[in-house]
Ligand binder design. Structure first.
Ligand code: ZN
Length: 399
């Protein structure tokens, strides 16, 4: 256990980079903005002592930085998570235009993998420890990342083959730029050809490995300034009679733009979720979803997907402290609050703050949470084990 915790500590630097990239791609803001959420003064730790429900989701995003550790370290880490009564691991399987497993029909294997096929032995080891394995499909419509798109022609396999599928900003830029973290290419989230590329890939993953489910991510537009590609211009005009341009907010045209984009992502879910369920009967479909205030600008109507049964559960990423309680009160009104497991930020928040948020969720009747992330959970484990995770739990995702 000591070795594993030390190893986790050493991984913190790699992990913090990954987190910041994830965060900035969600918020579109530099990580520094998030720093305002973190108080410099820590309150006295006080783990809640309430007894755990029998059925509760206690999920953890298992990031690539930990997946590439030596096997023995990873197995020790699984033991620690079992001891801390986690129920579910969301395993980083698809990211940066690559997959973690060999011989995909669609994408290359990530160059940084350390074993021939980590999933082959990892999933049985997780099952042996009584936890669920969900394939975390991190990049979603994001097809590729590069530090500087002006210095390479490479856009990743999908967009190198199909450059016409790139999502385009209103000024014509075919990627999302972030000053701190570089450039992110996305497939156009509206184009059915993009849907097929992603859908086929996710079916492959489900057919090949015995995951209990999937954790979709980035099923959304990069931000409100996308997508102005030729497909979107043509079809928005045909569907609405309006020429696609940057619309003033609170106009009829802007409302049409919001509605149209949302519908295109609804179509992806309506078309492909049945195929995912067919590829692996009984599979659980979950989503790492946006906080409520970002849903409209990114075209992600996940409350509707919950209502229609297109997803079995959602993990809205409520990282940081800002508006945490207000966000919870809003999300509580969504369909199936009992299957909404809020994503908490063990990277940016001190352990006692994470415990406070879990306590608040429980006071509001939540049936679990998901924690970001494996590389930063080491200092949280003692408090979780002594507090809210002290009793064993089963994931409500298991029927
Ligand atoms: Zn488009």
């Amino acid at each position: 256990m000591r070795i594993s915790l030390k190893w986790l500590f050493l991984k913190a630097l790699v992990g913090s980079l990954t987190f910041a990239m994830c965060c900035c791609s969600i918020t579109g803001e530099p990580q520094g903005e998030k720093g305002k959420d973190n108080p410099q003064t820590k309150k006295t730790p006080s783990a809640p002592s309430e007894s755990a429900p029998v059925s509760e989701e206690r999920g953890l995003w298992l990031n690539r930085s930990e997946l590439f550790a030596p096997r023995e370290d990873l197995l020790n880490f699984l033991d620690e998570l079992k001891e801390a009564h986690f129920t579910t691991l969301y395993i980083n399987t698809y990211f940066r235009g690559s997959v973690i497993y060999p011989d995909s029909r669609y994408l290359p294997r990530f160059s940084g993998v350390s074993e021939p096929d980590v999933l082959e032995w990892l999933l049985p080891e997780i099952k042996k420890r009584g936890m669920l394995s969900l394939a975390w499909l991190e990049y979603g419509f994001y097809a590729f990342h590069t530090p500087d798109a002006t210095k390479t022609e490479d856009k990743g396999v999908f967009l190198n083959k199909h450059p016409e599928l790139a999502a385009v900003a209103s000024d014509g830029t075919p990627y999302l730029h972030n000053d701190k973290w570089g450039d992110f290419y996305s497939l156009c989230p509206a184009n059915p050809e993009s849907h097929k590329l992603l859908g086929d890939l996710f079916v492959e993953i489900l057919e090949r490995y015995p995951f209990d489910g999937i954790n979709l991510d980035r099923i959304r537009f990069p931000n409100e300034n996308f997508c102005f590609c030729p497909y979107c211009k043509k079809h928005f005009r045909e569907d609405t009679g309006i020429e696609l341009q940057v619309f003033e907010k609170e106009t009829k045209e802007y409302s049409e733009f919001i509605r149209w984009r949302k519908k295109q992502l609804d179509l992806f879910m309506e078309t492909y979720v049945p195929k995912f369920r067919k590829a692996r009967p009984g599979v659980v479909i979950t989503l790492a979803s946006l906080p409520p205030e970002m849903m409209e600008s990114h075209g992600q109507g996940w409350d509707n997907w919950m209502e229609k049964g297109l997803i079995d559960a959602a993990m809205p990423m409520l990282y940081g402290e800002a508006n945490f309680e207000n966000r919870i009160q809003k999300i509580k009104q969504f369909p199936h609050w009992e299957r909404i497991f809020c994503g908490l930020d063990a990277h940016g928040l001190p352990p006692e703050k994470v415990l406070e948020q879990i306590r608040y969720l429980r006071e509001n009747g939540a049936k679990g949470c998901a924690i970001w992330y494996s590389g930063q959970i080491g200092d949280d484990l003692p408090g979780l084990k002594a507090g809210p995770f002290s009793n064993p739990a089963n994931s409500p995702l298991v029927k």
